[in-house]
Design a protein around this ligand. Structure first.
Ligand code: ADP
Length: 226
């Protein structure tokens, strides 16, 4: 079987992180850990975490670092991740989260951080058209609709526009991304852990570029990570 992987995927809202993480999780047979999906599930279930998260998420504001890292640490302790690794999507989002993640993972660090680069004008167009499945999070758009109505092709769930895909919340999320998350790109670059990949073009082409970046890195490290 293909070797597992321990990856973080960065990129602004609408860069295609969710879609690419799903493809990568199939390719490397590793778990896709999306903090946004975990929080949306908590909101749906009405847990105490979900109740804390709801308002902040609707506005596009970030939750506290400690709260997020506690949730991520609990997930990372499960056996699927211990055995094969993970693809982390939506975390870290601040330098402080990145530091906490490094401590959490020690002594085995990340294999690679992938930054998916897409111009802001393009992500704005993608976000306005984005639709998602409320149950499994599969992504659609006004031009790539489900086969039947707005029913998810994968799980039969309802496909809707996300509550935080409003113009105001999108602008807020992009602003927070530039201020708090973009600095992580330099932070990981300085640690020699970053690969930047263009996120424009067909999703399959982007996946190929990412897999190539990962394999190049693996080969440079003599066929294995860490
Ligand atoms: P997007 O990247 O499109 O903004 P996500 O699905 O990754 O969406 O996250 C949705 C929301 O969940 C964020 O706007 C934020 O409120 C919250 N969230 C997710 N991950 C984190 C995180 N690592 N730190 C703080 N808040 C987070």
């Amino acid at each position: 079987m293909v070797a597992g992987a321990r990856l973080v995927v960065l990129g602004k809202q609408g860069a295609g992180k969710g879609t690419q993480c799903l493809s990568l999780s199939h390719h490397y047979v590793v778990t896709h850990v999306s903090t946004g999906d975990m929080l949306r599930e908590a909101v749906k279930q009405g847990t105490s975490l979900g109740m804390k998260a709801k308002k902040l998420m609707e506005r596009g504001d970030l939750l506290g670092d400690d709260l997020i890292m506690e949730m991520v640490a609990a997930r990372m302790a499960e056996s699927d991740i211990k055995d094969r690794g993970f693809i982390l999507d939506g975390c870290p989002r601040t330098v402080s989260q990145a530091q906490m993640l490094a401590e959490l993972l020690a002594p085995v660090d990340l294999d690679l951080v992938i930054d998916i680069e897409v111009p802001t004008s393009q992500v704005l167009r993608r976000l306005a058209s984005r639709r998602v499945c409320v149950d499994c999070g599969a992504n659609y758009s006004l031009t790539q609709r489900p086969l039947i109505g707005w029913t998810c092709d994968v799980c039969g769930g309802e496909v809707i526009q996300r509550e935080d895909d409003t113009e105001v919340a999108i602008a807020n999320r992009l602003e927070i991304y530039e201020a708090q998350t973009a600095p992580l790109i330099d932070w990981y670059q300085q640690r020699g852990q970053l690969a930047s990949v263009s996120g424009t073009g067909a999703p399959e082409a982007v996946t190929k570029r990412i897999v190539k970046a990962i394999e190049d890195r693996r080969n440079r490290k003599g066929g294995r990570f860490s």
